[in-house]
Write a protein that binds this ligand. Structure first.
Ligand SMILES: Nc1ncnc2c1ncn2[C@@H]1O[C@H](COP(=O)(O)OP(=O)(O)OP(=O)(O)O)[C@@H](O)[C@H]1O
Length: 937
């Protein structure tokens, strides 16, 4: 690019303040400082000096510079080294002269009316690659005499000393010179020859063409680049720089001037410029210039395109910023943000306005405050999000909205019977509860706890109660729950805070009097760093406290007193005391086989049929099959496992039906007859139906043989569905559906041998039978010890020792001569050895077993007993009478011995459970002795 100030060597110089302040010149200055290292003051100084000089020159002469004395007389000149660029004739250049002797000599020559010097470009130092301007200046200072002569180019410029200000000397180039010899060393003065251009033919076509090409290239550049135009203006003193003006001035240049001008204003480096300076052949000089100018044009183009791209980028960015700002302004003007907020608060108001009088005052106050706060918050802030969420919860709750409760006892009874078989005592208790509700007008203030083994219908009965009362139903499990926040919610300050289960329940049911079933309350987690879940549950369930239940998230108290809580538990021992105290426990003991058969027939089968999409006429499960299923596969107290097995049977039937249907739809070709035959064979084994076995398959086979249209095929599948074939499930083919039986008879012995007696036990899974076995290990003097096995707990072990003592006493009383206990070492075992057992209720069974061994007499057939024994032989009450009775019945027991204290429990049992049982109630062991051994074979 352009690096030098163009001056008016061929006319007067006018560098006015306007020119200096011109942005182009300021750009030039930048370029110049980059190239030469001059600072701004130097630049301005040069301009001023040159300006005043030129003014005087203009006045004194119309020539470019004063030519007194005649230029041709200047044959000996002071040689000034130029560090950065040669001085092209017609241009001016400021330089610094540090050597005082040289400065003095220059000033002297000015005074003598010979203000000329020779300006020669310094050659590159081959030994040093340093090219920084400061270092070059240093070299210049050191170089003197011959050394300096050797380092400067031979060809230079005769330069007029325009001004000297301090160390700064402004030179204006005039002619080309060549050094011929050195005159003085310090300052370096040389003799020079004035060089003249070689003669050329002005009309030569080639030179002319080159001249015009340079001219046209310069004009192109000038017409596109204002920067170059300014160069011309400073060069030609044309002001203002109109295009036509510039172009006209260039047109005035002769060949050599144009070549020098082009080279001077181009951004060529010092070597290229030196080349132009040394070239005396005008045509060649023009060619060199043309090359430089063309190169300049290309660089210019690239530069302009880069500038354009950058400009566009900036413009795009500016545009985007502008658009963003405009959008923001429009949004604010239209109040879009405010609109979103208003819409939200409208939504919340729409929820609360119709029920304002039902919302408690303290809640309404909080809602209003939060609504106001929301309006003031920035919509994008997290605080806004928290507040709107909070308001959402507060306004969505069913304030004052209750479902109408139905206290119709007979309707409730119908519903309970519809959903559940048996459970008459449970149903009775529920009906009592509903009746009380009817009299009081409300059923609040009660917590029902349904306890019993798994699968006995606790959850489903809870659902039925809700249906009977016409209350909404919500269920959640607290098994393993240890985080209080699950019940009472998180504080709003936490990220992702949520209200507790109860508030979520109210939101989901939409009424404030639902029936909430809390499952697994006996498995509530223990107190930990997250709080005490038992206390939180108490706060939730206690009718005294829950009218003002405080959820951490809601932060306002809510009334839960209208909620009916029903809890379920497998055992009540693990329910926290204060909670249990407030509950009304209803226990569901489990079902006997007959009950299970009924449940299976009337409920489970029907549900499974419906769920599998099977018509009732398509399946027939025989009574024997059902009984076999219950006794050999599903012995547990509940019916969940039975339900699973029945579902399994129906799923298998569904698959068979579908397979059969699919085989009937396929037969495009008659090869598929095998499938049809398969179905026939199936009909022979599993399926039996008078109409279908006779007609159904025949019809199908006929259809298959001729089946060609799709319509027919559709009809066929309908026929298949309609021509039902009955799947007969009985004892013989049950295993095909549910696999091999899992249980074998609980009874190990048909007739218990000597030393073995059947006891009764209770577990959280229901009741069961167990054997107490005793045998003597050794007989002889000094024995009498007892060895106990069977994973027995401390209480049961103690119970065995008591039994041993009591048995010895009784033996002494009954048969004094019998020395068995005194002489024998005994072993007592309770199978199954892998199951841990504990409790005192096997005491009576153990004594009987030991006595049987001592007397070598087995107990009577089909006998089972239970009862804790004291050392004096008194029989104490036990728990789980119903479960134990059911278990005994299941095992084919006919005679049961219970403690007298349990008579009431037994009497409460349903008649069907007590059927065909010979039950005895005892309070002394002697009575058991009579019952067990006083029989005649
Ligand atoms: N007496 C009954 N009459 C009809 N169906 C019953 C009866 N008892 C239980 N069921 C059925 O047995 C299935 C299991 O019952 P449910 O889930 O209520 O048992 P649960 O006692 O709550 O068990 P868990 O303690 O494991 O939760 C349900 O499908 C239920 O309808």
């Amino acid at each position: 690019m352009l690096k030098l100030f163009a001056s008016t060597a061929y006319g007067s110089h006018h560098l006015t303040p306007a020119i200096r302040s011109n942005p182009v010149n300021s750009l030039l200055f930048k370029s110049l400082t980059q190239l030469t290292g001059w600072n701004r003051s130097t630049y301005e100084l040069g301009l001023r000096a040159f300006s005043s000089e030129s003014d005087s020159d203009t006045k004194s002469s119309a020539a470019i510079v004063s030519t007194k004395p005649c230029l041709d007389d200047c044959l000996t000149v002071i040689a000034l080294p130029l560090p950065h660029k040669p001085l092209i004739p017609g241009f001016y250049m400021p330089i610094y002269v540090k050597d005082p002797e040289v400065l003095a000599a220059l000033q002297e020559s000015r005074r003598q009316q010979s203000p000329y010097a020779g300006a020669f470009l310094l050659k590159d130092d081959a030994s040093s690659d340093s090219s920084s301007s400061s270092e070059t200046e240093n070299i210049l200072e050191k170089l003197k005499g011959k050394e300096l002569l050797n380092r400067i180019h031979e060809v230079g410029t005769l330069a007029q000393i325009s001004s000297i200000k301090g160390e700064q000397v402004i030179l204006i180039g005039h002619r080309r010179l060549r050094i011929t010899e050195m005159v003085t060393e310090d300052p370096l003065t040389v003799k020079v020859d004035h060089l003249k251009e070689k003669p050329y033919d002005k009309d030569d076509d080639v030179i002319k063409a080159t001249y015009f090409e340079v001219m046209s290239t310069l004009r192109d550049v000038l017409s596109t680049t204002s920067l170059w135009r300014d160069q011309v203006r400073t060069y030609t003193k044309a002001c203002p720089p109109r295009l036509w003006h510039c172009l006209r001035h260039i047109g005035d240049f002769n060949y050599q001037k144009l070549a020098d001008f082009g080279a001077g204003i181009s951004g060529a480096n010092k070597h290229q410029n030196q080349g132009v300076l040394e070239e005396l052949d005008v045509h060649k000089r023009l060619e060199l210039t043309l090359e430089l100018v063309k190169k300049e044009v290309e660089i210019n183009k690239i530069q302009e395109s880069i500038a354009k791209t950058v400009e566009e980028k900036f413009r795009g960015e500016r545009h985007r910023i502008l658009l963003k700002e405009q959008l923001k302004a429009i949004k604010t003007e239209l109040g879009v943000e405010t609109d979103a907020k208003s819409a939200l608060s409208e939504k919340f108001r729409g929820r609360i306005d119709p029920i304002k009088d039902k919302i408690p005052e303290h809640v309404l106050k909080v809602i209003e405050e939060e609504l106001k706060k929301m309006q003031l918050l920035e919509a994008s802030s997290s605080e806004y999000y928290v507040t709107s969420n909070y308001l959402d919860w507060l306004t969505v709750l069913p304030w004052g909205n209750s479902s109408d409760e139905n206290f119709d006892v007979s309707r409730a009874e119908k519903i309970l019977d519809e959903d559940h078989y048996g459970l008459s005592d449970v149903k009775e208790r529920i009906l009592e509860f509903i009746a009380v509700g009817r009299l009081r007008g409300t059923s609040q203030g009660k917590i029902i706890c349904l306890s019993g083994p798994p699968g006995v219908g606790k959850t489903s009965i809870g659902r039925s109660i809700a249906r009977a009362l016409d209350r909404k139903f919500f269920r959640f499990s607290v098994g393993g729950l240890s985080d209080v926040a699950e019940i009472k919610g998180h504080r709003r300050t936490y990220i992702g805070a949520m209200p507790g289960k109860m508030v979520q329940c109210l939101k989901s049911v939409g009424t404030e009097n639902p029936l909430v079933l809390i499952d697994e309350i006996d498995k509530l987690g223990v107190r930990c760093h997250n709080g005490d879940p038992a206390s939180a549950m108490l706060e939730l369930l206690d009718p005294e406290q829950n009218a003002n239940f405080l959820d951490h998230y809601l932060d306002v108290t809510i009334d839960l007193s209208k909620v009916l809580f029903v809890c379920t538990a497998n055992v009540i021992d693990t329910i926290p005391g204060p909670l249990l105290d407030r509950m009304e426990v209803i226990s569901l003991a489990g079902y006997i086989t007959e009950e299970k058969v009924q449940i299976a027939r009337d409920y489970l089968e029907k549900t499974a049929q419906r769920d599998c999409g099977i018509n009732p006429e398509q399946v027939d499960v025989s009574d024997a099959a059902l009984l076999f299923l219950i006794e050999k596969y599903c012995r547990e107290a509940g019916v969940r496992n039975l339900q699973k097995h029945i579902e399994k049977i129906f799923r298998k039937i569904a698959l068979k039906l579908v397979r059969k249907g699919a085989s009937l739809e396929v037969p495009e070709n008659s090869d598929d007859v095998t499938d049809a035959e398969d179905s026939k064979s199936l009909a022979k084994t599993d399926l039996e139906s008078p109409e279908t076995s006779a007609e159904g398959p025949t019809v199908l086979t006929d259809e298959l043989a001729t089946g060609d249209s799709t319509e027919r095929k559709t009809e066929q599948s309908l026929v298949v569905a309609e021509t039902v074939e009955k799947f007969m499930i009985d004892e013989s083919n049950l295993a095909d559906y549910v696999g091999k039986p899992v249980f074998h008879a609980e009874k190990i012995y048909e007739q218990t041998p000597v030393g073995v007696v059947m006891g009764l036990a209770w577990t959280s899974m229901g009741g069961s039978t167990l054997y107490i076995e005793t045998t003597s290990v050794e007989e002889g003097e000094g024995k009498g010890g007892l060895h106990i096995t069977g994973r027995l707990g401390v209480v049961m072990k103690e119970s065995a020792e008591i039994a041993h003592t009591v048995a010895r006493r009784i033996m002494l009383e009954k048969e004094a001569e019998n020395q068995f206990f005194a002489k024998s070492k005994l072993h007592l075992h309770v199978p199954a050895g892998a199951t841990p057992k504990d409790g005192p209720s096997a005491g009576s069974t153990m004594i009987t077993s030991l006595l049987s061994l001592a007397m070598k007499k087995p107990v009577r057939k089909d006998l089972a007993m239970t009862g804790e024994v004291t050392l004096t032989g008194r029989i104490l009450a036990v728990g789980g009478v119903k479960e134990k009775t059911i278990a005994a019945k299941r095992s084919g027991v006919k005679v049961i011995i219970f403690p007298e204290a349990n008579r009431r429990d037994y009497d409460e049992l349903a008649e069907n459970v007590k059927e065909r049982l010979d039950v005895h109630f005892v309070d002394e062991y002697d009575q058991i002795f009579e019952l067990a051994f006083g029989y005649d074979h």
